[in-house]
Design a protein around this ligand. Structure first.
Ligand code: UDP
Ligand code: MG
Length: 323
């Protein structure tokens, strides 16, 4: 019997845990022929979340939980969930029931059809402000424009991943994590499922604009080094200005037979040195970007199949890469 692990990061979710468990177990009980593991990652909650999870575990041995020593953030909770998961597939869900558990059978259906990453795309987002929707849309646009890797639109972390995707993600141990872009980066066969995102059932969102801004900046800077190129690109117009002005000054001096004036010389010198400095910063940025990518120590590639044989991306694949 195949096993599916449902990973739920929870931070101060005492208002939602029982409701979530009730609805989730209801769905899971109806799915036959699969074994389930419901793995909560208690991300350093300061409320009753911890006790509630313990109680659920006593009642239902499909429930497991992992208590963090403090709040490490959702991204870290997710990788910890992957490390502790034992299923053949993993489903990521939020604790606030914004991701309807009723969608899980459909995710499983596509997994059985051979898809590795069945992600839920929001058809609508209820209970969220216009500003949040707008900023999130702009963010996707910016992120996508900075990279060759295809990023899924209107998609959160709610998805089912095959074990080999989990093995792949587990090998990306960087500390500044952005799961959204990692899901895209690893590749594999993806399938989209549409759903309506409900408002949070209880409690309050753990995000505020400062946190979201941090997340956005982390997302961009951990995923791409393009911003480092900015300096290199800026040096080009500076040098062009220098060239145009130089030609203009020389032409003027020659045609009117006047000597070079002090302010003209100053402008020329400024443009030259500004351009040079910006270019040098750009060069440093290029090297910094390379160092950054190397320090992430990511695997270079993941294999889909070898001679038609499905690669599970386990220890064997790891050894091949290390040789
Ligand atoms: N979460 C977490 N650690 C944090 C912040 C959030 O584990 O530091 C969890 C939270 O309990 C929830 C999920 O991440 O299960 C999404 O959080 P939330 O619903 O507050 O975010 P939103 O849906 O508003 O983006
Ligand atoms: Mg939420």
């Amino acid at each position: 019997m195949k096993k599916i692990t449902i990973i739920i990061p929870a931070y101060n979710e005492e208002a939602t845990i029982y409701k979530l468990y009730a609805r989730l177990s209801n769905v899971v009980n109806q799915i036959k022929y699969y074994e389930f593991e419901i793995l909560f990652i208690n991300d350093g909650s300061k409320d009753k979340t911890r006790e509630m999870l313990k109680e659920l575990r006593n009642k239902d041995n499909r429930v497991s939980y992992l208590n963090f020593s403090r709040n490490f953030g959702k991204e870290v909770a997710m990788i910890a969930g992957m490390d502790y998961s034992t299923g053949d597939a993993v489903v990521f869900m939020d604790a606030d029931l914004q991701d309807p558990p009723e969608l899980i059978p459909e995710l499983i259906k596509y997994w059985e059809e051979g898809y590795d990453d069945v992600y839920a795309r929001r058809r609508s987002r209820k209970g969220e402000t216009f500003l949040k929707k707008f900023t999130s849309k702009m963010y996707y646009k910016v992120l996508q424009s900075l990279t060759r890797v295809e990023i899924q639109k209107d998609t959160g972390d709610f998805r089912l991943l095959d074990r080999r995707c989990i093995n792949a993600l587990k090998r990306m141990r960087e500390s500044q994590r952005c799961s959204k872009s990692m899901f895209s980066w690893i590749g594999y066969k993806k399938k989209e499922v549409l759903f309506d995102r409900d408002p949070r059932i209880a409690g309050t969102t753990k995000w505020n604009y400062k946190k979201l801004m941090d997340l956005a900046i982390d997302g961009i800077t951990s995923f791409t080094t393009s911003p480092l190129r900015l300096s290199t690109y800026l040096s080009i117009p500076t040098f062009m200005m220098l060239f145009v002005y130089l030609v203009y000054v020389i032409a003027k001096c020659l045609t009117y037979d006047v000597p070079l004036q002090a302010f003209q010389a100053l402008i020329l010198i400024c443009l030259f040195f500004f351009g040079t400095i910006i270019l040098l910063i750009g060069i440093i940025g290029e090297y910094l970007g390379r160092i950054f990518n190397e320090t992430k120590n990511r695997p270079l590639y993941f294999v889909d199949d070898y001679n038609g044989e499905r690669e599970t991306n386990d220890e064997k694949a790891k050894k091949i890469q290390e040789i």
